[in-house]
Design a protein around this ligand. Structure first.
Ligand code: ARG
Length: 335
């Protein structure tokens, strides 16, 4: 239920962006020119100009599941039927590992294994050889509730869903946005916070808004972290539309370095990491216009419903009792 609502929300925003992209370009609008056009672009919706189909964002190179018929795609479309493996109690398990009493199994007995990409401050980053950050703390609180010990596996962002599907990790927490395509691969918990895709430019850049990237005749090189939503949206809206090129990096910070050295004209990335990166590199700024707002959630395998249930319940409790908010507040100061 909840999921469906989120999906709908996300689809709506995606459509708003596609419309902005393919519909009449913002040549006129109200403010036009320079001034950082208060938010406009992504929020619009409802102006039905383009309509030109544009369903399932073809996620760059992944290619697994091409046809995702966006709209109708109720959550459970393409499950991959693995074989059985629904065993609840710990067959081979000797001890009484926590969790088994509650009917779920984990990748490693007694542990909650979290897959992440710790290059995304303040959600996850490496500090003193350890993964720290909002997601790490939330996962720790979830593990606590389930009587499990948290273990964090740092990997490439685009390896996270595979780790979950292969049963190597229990939970993917990586500032990961709920998207319809990803929902074909994994189940998402309730959302624990929102993120916003923003645009980083050099201080003297002539790019002043998202509209500049989408305008007819535009030809920019955009840096993104590979397979993130920044990549997915810009690939569709800019590269596929013939309005520029996308340069994909393994880490957001590398894309930001490329901006600094002039290899790309801007970087599209989530707002909080953007702030952290810009604070460390001189001469860069974040544009006021937002590209799109999205929901972050934990991703989990579709093959372990008992664990999903336990984690999702724990997370809902942690949201309800204010724990999640207080963790976020430790890292992000309200503006
Ligand atoms: N929110 C974006 C997405 O889901 C970016 C997440 C990147 N996270 C990371 N840990 N590198 O695609």
């Amino acid at each position: 239920m909840k999921m469906k609502k989120l999906t709908a929300l996300l689809l709506a925003s995606l459509m708003a962006v596609s419309m902005a992209a393919c519909g009449d370009t913002p040549a006129s609008g109200d403010g036009t020119g320079s001034s950082d056009a208060s938010g406009s672009s992504s929020e619009s919706s409802s102006d039905a100009s383009g309509s030109s189909e544009e369903s399932g964002s073809d996620a760059s190179d992944s290619s697994e599941e091409s046809g995702t018929g966006a709209s109708d795609g109720s959550e459970e479309s393409g499950t991959d039927a693995a074989d059985g493996s629904e065993e609840t109690s710990g067959s081979d398990g000797s001890s009484d590992a926590s969790g088994q009493a509650e009917g779920f199994t984990t990748a490693v007995e007694g542990k909650l294994t979290m897959a992440t990409n710790a290059a995304f401050p303040p959600y996850e980053y490496v500090e003193g050889g350890q993964v720290a950050g909002i997601d790490a703390e939330i996962a720790d609180a979830i593990a606590d509730k389930l009587g499990l010990e948290l273990q964090i596996d740092d990997m490439e962002f685009d390896s996270i869903t595979e780790a979950l599907k292969g049963g190597k990790a229990d939970i993917g927490l990586a500032g990961m946005t709920i998207t319809p395509d990803r929902q074909e691969e994994v189940d998402f918990t309730v959302s624990y916070t929102t993120g916003v895709q923003v645009i980083i430019v050099t201080e003297d850049s002539d790019i002043t808004s998202a509209d500049d990237l989408l305008a007819e005749g535009a030809n920019h090189t955009v840096g993104v972290q590979r397979n993130t939503t920044g990549d997915i949206y810009t690939t569709k809206d800019i590269e596929d539309a013939g309005l520029g090129t996308i340069d994909r990096y393994s880490k957001g910070a590398e894309a930001v370095q490329a901006l600094k050295t002039g290899k790309v004209d801007c970087v599209v990335i989530d707002n909080e990491p953007a702030k952290a990166f810009v604070a460390e590199v001189e001469g860069l700024k974040i544009l006021d216009t937002e590209y799109i707002t999205e929901e972050y959630a934990a991703a989990m395998s579709k093959d372990n419903p008992a664990l999903y249930e336990a984690v999702n319940n724990a997370l809902m409790e942690l949201i309800a009792d204010g724990t999640v908010q207080s963790i976020i507040d430790k890292y992000i100061t309200a503006e």
